[in-house]
Design a binder for this molecule. Structure first.
Ligand SMILES: NC(=O)c1ccc[n+]([C@@H]2O[C@H](COP(=O)([O-])OP(=O)(O)OC[C@H]3O[C@@H](n4cnc5c(N)ncnc54)[C@H](O)[C@@H]3O)[C@@H](O)[C@H]2O)c1
Ligand SMILES: [Zn+2]
Length: 413
């Protein structure tokens, strides 16, 4: 940190006195964290989590495990066995993992668990385990407690593994607004084990795929083509087993996200839709509906050819993502855009695809254009593929044995 008096005095004793004195303070907060993909995170022989918790098994170490109660039901025993093997003494804090749990009260409750435990500010870690919701509220709690304590993220949903768990944002919903209160607070490490996805239901897998499609559309044409080839078989089993395609899809999505950290494509109109949608939509589903209209906006401006617009919409439909929603009216779009303009400091800054794989920002969208874009998508949705809500959840089983691929940890960044 440097601080420079704006007005210097030549004589040491003659220090200028207020009101004629000011300082300019400049500092940069370092962002320094690791994202690790590993398989068999909870196998005793895998030291990745133990090291992140500061344990080498020679002395007891404590941590606060903030865990989605559903995930605790599925993986709590395996986690406990792992901790015992590494002499880690967890204090468990079970939390709800649904969107309704993203409240300030829930974040504060987590800070209270830290007080009750008497967590040591630097050495004892908060370990957040669950989907994007737990990543967001536990991250916010960790950033608020004593102005910030170190925390580890273990995302267990696809959305968490390729997006919510690997960036630097934390947040909760407030009033009628998505993520209205939040902080930037990087974890010490994010540990990604695709095997957690074995127990994800198809609707939530598809939800995460929406963010992967987003990444492909804005910055990775090769990922887009890979998705076109493999989208139909892209289920929990395929992703969790980490075959070559799944492995490449996950790595490219994560690397793209870490390179950009904030990709707003599909996030202009979706926050307003996500909180108001009736019937409700998951985050990625709302992003998909936003992406469809954004593709149409780009197409109508001549930024995206008709065949490419069709390809992108077809990919989303093949993934089982919704392209339209009854709540997504032209009026809602206009109101959402107004709020986005406030978020983007007075400018629309709406990202639109300039061909597949690149993005450009526009600031002059008109209400008439919004209406034409909505109509463009509606015309193409002849028989809307509903979100894969009806698919039966994959059986909640034990994690598979560690495979050959990804058997060692892989540092993505
Ligand atoms: N901070 C960010 O940068 C960022 C980025 C993207 C999304 N998000 C936020 O993430 C949230 C969505 O996250 P999500 O899609 O992971 O939803 P989620 O956290 O609500 O989890 C979805 C469901 O899956 C269950 N679950 C979690 N892991 C499981 C597993 N391995 N097996 C079976 N069930 C499991 C949960 O209990 C929950 O019912 C939204 O609130 C969104 O705003 C944040
Ligand atoms: Zn998102």
């Amino acid at each position: 940190m440097t601080s420079t008096p704006h007005r210097q005095s030549s004589a040491v004793l003659d220090v200028p006195k207020p009101p004629d004195l000011s300082w300019h303070v400049q500092a940069r907060l370092p962002v320094d964290y690791e994202v690790v993909i590993t398989r068999g995170l909870l196998s005793e022989g895998n030291g990745v989590l133990a090291r992140a918790c500061g344990s080498d098994a020679t002395a007891p170490t404590r941590c606060l495990v903030v865990i989605d109660q559903t995930v605790a039901g599925l993986y709590g025993d395996a986690l406990q066995a792992y901790f015992s093997a590494w002499r880690i003494e967890p204090v468990w804090k079970l939390v709800r993992g649904d969107e309704g749990a993203k409240t300030l009260a829930h974040a504060v409750e987590i800070t209270e668990a830290m007080t009750e435990m008497g967590i040591l500010r630097r050495t004892e870690k908060v370990v957040a385990v669950g989907g994007g919701v737990v990543m967001d509220i536990a991250g916010l709690a960790a950033s608020l407690y004593r102005r910030g304590v170190p925390y580890i993220r273990i995302p267990t949903t696809l959305m968490g593994q390729i997006d919510a768990g690997i960036g630097v944002k934390t947040g909760i919903n407030h009033g009628q607004h998505k993520n209205r209160l939040g902080t930037y607070c990087a974890p010490e490490a994010t540990l990604i084990d695709p095997e957690f996805l074995f127990t994800q239901d198809q609707r939530h897998v598809t939800n995460g795929v929406a963010e992967i499609v987003k990444m492909a559309l804005v910055k990775d044409a090769a990922l887009f083509e890979l998705l076109e080839r493999s989208i139909r078989g892209l289920d929990a089993e395929t992703l969790a087993s980490c075959g070559p395609d799944a492995r490449e899809i996950l790595s490219r999505a994560i690397a793209g996200m870490l390179h950009e950290l904030a990709v707003d494509f599909g996030h202009t109109f979706s926050p307003a839709l996500e909180l108001r949608a009736d019937p409700p939509l998951l985050h990625g589903e709302a992003v998909a509906v936003d992406m469809a209209v954004s593709l149409a906006l780009a197409h109508n401006r001549g930024m995206l050819s008709t065949p490419d617009a069709e390809r992108a919409l077809t990919l989303m439909r093949s993934a089982g993502l919704p392209l339209t929603h009854p709540t997504f009216t032209v009026e809602l779009l206009a109101r959402a855009l107004e709020d986005t303009v406030k978020h983007r400091d007075g400018l629309q800054r709406v990202p639109l695809t300039q061909g597949i794989g690149t993005v450009e920002f526009v600031n002059d969208l008109s209400a008439e254009e919004l209406a034409r874009a909505v109509a463009f998508v509606a015309e193409r949705v002849i028989s809307e593929v509903p979100p894969a809500a009806a698919s039966a959840p994959a059986p909640a089983g034990q994690m598979r044995a560690i495979g050959e691929e990804f058997s060692d940890s892989e540092h993505v960044a």
